[in-house]
Design a protein around this ligand. Structure first.
Ligand SMILES: *Cc1c(COP(=O)(O)O)cnc(C)c1O
Length: 399
């Protein structure tokens, strides 16, 4: 067992943090010294790099995954009167992207072991939606905590019920299901990654949408830049001259800057190392968490998880007071545990919109899940301290 000393006890262990080295700093610095801070040569290189890495045909960069998800919904034609389903347990952006298009959003219950969208719950919900004539146009599964969703089963339902799929892979760059990398878009229209500071790699803020469909790629790019094109082949008016540009649809300024792309590009050199370090730290947790009644999330056999989050569930259901007590006790020791996530339909916004959804497994998970610190540079001693702090808090609280 690693030893701790009293001085280090007070050191803050965040639930996650970025890993930045000298090469990252130099990559950003070189952009700052260059001619372009935006719409320069680095962003297309970063796009190519991500597309090549996850073996998809096209990649379009965005200033966040939230923007990319919004653009993905718009590119698939989501609008007022449409229905979009996502998973009950995720970050709110997985649902907001569709709500922003004016669509009605509903939520599918999770699998109790992995907390990925439950394929059984999805099938049941589809059957009843078909009877009531309210099938979803788009489904947004989330590769929760970095463990890829069972896309083979999901795609059978996709074929049967005719919805389109956006994979929210904000947690899952570099994750694999068998030999299939998340982002290959083999079973989906579009996959979205996040490069927020705590995600698998970071560009500061940033996101990327990947697809194999050239038409969707064009649409994503238009939505990203005001609906304006300088590409003569996609213009309505032909042969107008080199000066001419055209707004063919409506869009946003959702662009990624060169500064962000340079950091993302440099971080991509380390993705395999990061994934290995995260998995090694997770294995240490498994070792140190023996003798305590908590269960980490399951990873499907054959999956490589990117281990964005390390989440445990308490085997004995806690009430809110007990949960708060354990959470605060660990935070008081500077172990900055976190909660991922409140069922999205519980938020006041979705309640006001009249969400009637109440998912059994998502509800069980809600007061029962705790994210322990996990990031590439976490030391064995820090993992030990976090695990030990949890043990002590649980023992004291449930005594
Ligand atoms: C982080 C996250 C997002 C949003 O990513 P940003 O890049 O911060 O906009 C969306 N979905 C999930 C599941 C996330 O964890």
């Amino acid at each position: 067992m690693p030893r701790t000393n009293s001085k280090k006890i007070t050191k803050v262990i965040p639930y996650s943090r970025q890993t930045i080295d000298q090469t990252d700093i130099e990559a950003v610095e070189s952009v700052l010294r260059s001619d372009f801070l935006t719409q320069g040569p680095v962003t297309p290189l970063f796009e190519e790099r991500i597309a090549h890495f996850c073996r998809s045909n096209f990649a379009v960069s965005f200033n966040s995954a939230t923007s990319a998800l919004h653009a993905a919904c718009l590119a698939l034609g989501v609008g007022k009167g449409d229905i979009v389903w996502t998973t009950a347990i995720s970050f709110v952006a997985s649902a907001n992207c569709a709500a922003l298009c004016g669509a009605e959003v509903d939520f599918v219950d999770v699998d109790p072991k992995t907390i990925n969208m439950s394929v059984e719950a999805l099938e049941e919900k589809l059957q009843s939606a078909e009877r009531m004539g309210c099938l979803p146009k788009v489904l947004i599964p989330v590769h929760f905590a970095g463990n890829p969703v069972n896309m083979e089963s999901l795609v059978k339902l996709k074929a049967k019920y005719g919805f389109q799929v956006i994979e929210d892979a904000s947690h899952a760059l570099g994750a694999k299901r068998g030999n299939e990398l998340v982002g290959s878009c083999k079973h989906s229209e579009i996959t979205v990654f996040s490069f927020h500071a705590v995600k698998v790699i970071t560009s500061g803020e940033g996101g990327m949408a990947v697809t194999n469909d050239p038409e969707l790629s064009n649409k994503l790019r238009l939505i990203c830049t005001h609906g304006v094109t300088r590409d003569p082949t996609s213009m309505q008016v032909k042969d107008r001259g080199a000066w001419y540009y055209e707004q063919s649809s409506i869009g946003f300024n959702y662009r990624m800057s060169e500064i962000h792309a340079a950091l993302g590009m440099s971080q991509m050199d380390k993705i395999d190392t990061f994934t290995k370090l995260r998995n090694a730290a997770a294995a240490k947790y498994d070792e140190f968490l023996t003798g305590i009644d908590v269960t980490p999330l399951s990873i499907d056999p054959g999956n490589l998880s990117s281990r964005h989050l390390f989440i445990i569930r308490f085997d004995t259901p806690l009430d809110e007071k007990q949960y708060e007590w354990i959470f605060s006790a660990m935070r008081a020791e500077n172990i900055l545990v976190n909660h991922h996530y409140i069922p999205i339909y519980r938020h006041p916004y979705y309640q006001r919109k009249g969400s009637q959804t109440n998912c059994t497994e998502a509800e069980k998970y809600f007061m029962n899940a705790l994210s322990l610190p996990l990031f590439p540079a976490i030391s064995e001693e820090e993992v030990y301290r976090s695990a030990n702090s949890l043990k002590t808090a649980v023992k004291t609280c449930l005594r």
